[in-house]
Ligand binder design. Sequence first.
Ligand code: GRF
Length: 222
Amino acid sequence: MSRTPSGHDVPTIGGSSSSARKVVVLASGGGSNLAALLAAHGKDWFGGRIVAVITDNPAAGAINIAHDAGIACAVVDPRDSESRVEWDRALAETVAVFGPDLVVSAGFMRILGADFLRAFGGRTINTHPALLPSFPGAHGVRDALAHGVKVTGCTVHFVDAGVDTGPIIAQAAVAIQDDDTEESLHERIKVEERRLLVEWVSKLLRRGYTLDGRTLTLGEAG
Ligand code: GRF
């Protein structure tokens, strides 16, 4: 067991056969991070398999990507819930159906709430298109560009109760070019994001880990 920053005891991945480890991906948009994970999950080195894709957005491109890959897909639309709390509970219940070892938020544009984190805290990770703790929130690329930083990038991190505040797993830097627009910069960041996300999901699945406060220690399993 490990203790999350928010104080919950969570099971630590490790020990059992890594190929059996299950991943649920949360995605709201086009799904290029999902596609990168799916391209890797059949490989021996990946260390697990993606068992389901869950979205909040009935128009998400991620749905088609999941269908094409033959992966179970569910929509948990906030418009079907009476409150944020109810939606969060519905999301947690849907994810629980698939019994994941790891939940990957890959372009999921909603805050995960208390019920979700009670169930999956310490084993839910997210990718963010900026070098946290700089530029958290929904407009990390735009905010970095507007601030005039010369280097930005992406961060893979555990999800906690804050907005992009959880323990950092890995980061990659991307230099900003003079003629960058939000779109051009985001595309270059996404290339790094996909690489980093696949690398670290695989590492967490294969090696297992413990999380002590903000410190991640990889295990030796797998
Ligand atoms: C990624 O940059 C992610 O960090 C951000 O939204 C983008 C999702 O891209 N939150 P995609 O849907 O995986 O292509």
